[in-house]
Design a protein around this ligand. Structure first.
Ligand SMILES: NC(=O)c1ccc[n+]([C@@H]2O[C@H](COP(=O)([O-])OP(=O)(O)OC[C@H]3O[C@@H](n4cnc5c(N)ncnc54)[C@H](O)[C@@H]3O)[C@@H](O)[C@H]2O)c1
Ligand SMILES: [Fe+2]
Length: 406
């Protein structure tokens, strides 16, 4: 199979990127309906941003209500609360303004306003029965890529780990990516969200390449590595590795913030079809156990999963090394190892801890984490090196010790 034999991309009908582009919201919304529900959180609703958006919508003939009860990591109770409170308002569109949690809330609320509850019947892939009411996604972090992805991740108290609803129907109709909205992100948030984006791109380009099959794009949300996702992933890796440290250390640098937002959106476009692998599979139970954010768990795990995957991914890692400007006289294996070292160094520079112990994981937790990681079957199967519970344990052991695995 040649490199250019198969590709899938699924993205919003309109992606509008650039500093100040949030001002287009009113006109975009007017093209979709007359009633909008803005989904955001209590921190963001205190900024003038939301009032400005409501005024812009009104000036364009769109009546807006605001739900600002989105909880971090998206608890299901918050989703239900929003649906109950605004069912009568009967919004024609949902505007997610915030990080991944707020954008994911807008997707799930739109789903539950269009089709019956409970949300649990839609967990998994391709379970959404048809189109949902339009979603406009406006990210305020450069991280999840949710503004372009077919995924919403939520915390259901009846499930031990977070659950995902994955369907092309969840892809927002419009993404408005305005990097000025990330200028207020504090250092740590910039670091962990940027790390999440980097991991999306690295995992997408390293995912397994499945045999070509004409039905695959209609049967799998995540088809694995393909020529279109590779394109977005490489662009993302270049932008993020060149700009993440500056964005963390000089948060007011609009050029770095713009590059990060473009990079995280590209990373979203990449993993939207390729999917993610081991780091994401293992973070879900780690996050549930330690109540740490998605991005920080991903940051700790990413280098150890790359150590584990190295031999299966030499050529891909060497390709990543070349967009990162890493040279190696000794050939692809050396370039691949240097690339992992460079990612490790980058994560250290932005303050990501080196060990799972720093997140509160204890040695006695590892067995349960490994078992729950294996339940994320589609991510486990997407990993470039065959991954079983023993393999997950070896990654976890290395990540506990803060040392390179073999
Ligand atoms: N749908 C997807 O494709 C996808 C992909 C990866 C992760 N996720 C999910 O996204 C969520 C994480 O999203 P996130 O990392 O963007 O964080 P988040 O949405 O949980 O927000 C974290 C905190 O940052 C604050 N914040 C957001 N923007 C800010 C800004 N500009 N200035 C200051 N503070 C700001 C929020 O108010 C909140 O307190 C998780 O639930 C994760 O599972 C979704
Ligand atoms: Fe992620």
């Amino acid at each position: 199979m040649t490199k250019y034999e198969y590709g899938v991309t699924r993205i919003p009908g309109r992606v509008i990127f650039g500093a100040g582009q949030r001002a287009v919201l009113g006109r975009v919304a007017a093209s979709l309906g007359r009633r909008a529900l803005i989904c955001t959180d209590s921190r963001l609703s205190q900024l003038p941003l939301i009032d400005d958006m409501v005024a812009d919508l009104a000036a364009n003939g769109v009546t807006a209500e605001v739900f600002d009860g989105t909880g971090a990591e998206l608890p299901l109770e918050g989703v239900r609360d929003c649906v109950a409170r605004f069912r009568e308002f009967d919004a024609e569109m949902f505007i997610g303004v915030g990080g991944g949690s707020c954008m994911d809330l807008a997707k799930v609320v739109s789903l539950l306003m269009t089709y019956p509850e409970p949300a649990s019947q839609y967990y998994g892939e391709f379970k959404v029965p048809g189109p949902i009411r339009p979603v406009i996604a406006i990210p305020t972090t450069s991280g999840t890529g949710s503004e372009v992805t077919p995924v919403a991740v939520l915390a259901d108290p009846e499930r031990a780990v977070k659950v995902g609803i994955s369907s092309p129907e969840l892809i927002p109709h419009v993404a408005i990516c305005d990097p000025e909205l990330t200028l207020s992100c504090p250092k740590e948030l910039t670091a962990i969200t940027g790390t999440d984006a980097l991991s999306h791109a690295i995992e997408a380009i390293s995912a397994i390449r499945r045999p070509r099959d004409p039905c695959m794009a209609m049967e799998r949300v995540f088809v694995g590595k393909n020529t279109l996702s590779d394109h977005y992933a490489l662009q993302a890796i270049k932008l993020i590795t060149e700009n993440l440290v500056v964005a963390v250390e000089q948060g007011s640098d609009l050029a770095a913030r713009s590059a990060m937002m473009l990079g995280s959106t590209y990373a979203g476009m990449a993993f939207s079809t390729a999917g993610t692998c081991a780091a994401h599979a293992i973070q879900y139970p780690v996050g549930a156990l330690t109540h740490t954010s998605h991005g920080i768990g991903i940051g700790v795990l990413l280098p150890y999963t790359m150590d584990f995957n190295l031999e299966a991914s030499v050529d891909v890692y060497a390709e990543i090394a070349s967009v990162m400007g890493i040279t190696a006289d000794g050939g692809p294996r050396e370039a691949a190892q240097k690339m992992i070292d460079a990612v490790r160094e980058l994560l250290k520079q932005i303050g990501i801890p080196a060990s799972l112990k720093d997140l509160g994981v204890k040695p006695e937790d590892l067995g349960a984490i490994a078992e729950q990681s294996m339940a994320a079957t589609r991510l486990i199967e997407n990993n470039p090196r065959k991954l079983d519970a023993e393999g997950v344990l070896s990654i976890l052991d290395a990540a506990m010790q803060g040392k390179q695995a073999c």
